[in-house]
Design a protein around this ligand. Sequence first.
Ligand code: ADP
Length: 213
Amino acid sequence: MRVVMIGPPGAGKGTQGALIAEHFDIPRIVVGDLLRDHVARRTDLGRVADGYLGRGELVPDELMLCIVRQALMAARAAGGGYVFDGVPRAMAQARAAYAIAAELGMTANAAGHLRADDNELTRRLPGRAALEHRTDDTEAVIRHRLELYQKATQPIIAWYAQRGILVSVDAMRQAGEVGREIRTALELLPAPTGPVIVRRPVDLSGLGAGCAS
Ligand code: ADP
């Protein structure tokens, strides 16, 4: 199972991605967490990414695609499955990431789309900021991230639909309910084609090393 999550900030990609990863026993790649970890550790990558995260801007594709390549290679070595949360966020990034995945025989066979309402999200996100100590969940940055989602990320959904991999669910319900609906839809999909490799534990902790140079 190879799933890419798509949805606005605050729609529950993290929660649903974790449920999918657990259910199908596949690694979960959370790009935002990887970036924040680099910022916290003040790595070369973290120093470049820091300002973009603080403003709610997209980190440059060069860096993101380097991380994507490393993550897909790690996932391939670990058995071939994944849940990707955070990439792609714009059409150009989507096409470039797809090319890398195709080269590695690791393209997604499902896109989990979480549909959510902007007003509800604007209400949810400040609460999360307090819980997670995220500095980018302030009102102005939230508004900007939502706008960026509408403008840059949303067009990718139509592309997934064309590829026949879109699984779209109403995310404005209880997390368990949303999770059950996605899982059922994913179980009905044809199995992905690609490498068949013996499953090994995956270590994502070093991802991004060398990506800022
Ligand atoms: P959310 O989905 O709530 O916006 P994330 O943790 O996924 O939060 O992302 C936080 C920030 O990390 C983004 O605002 C952006 O600065 C950066 N980021 C995450 N994913 C990408 C990406 N695919 N391309 C560029 N920047 C990204």
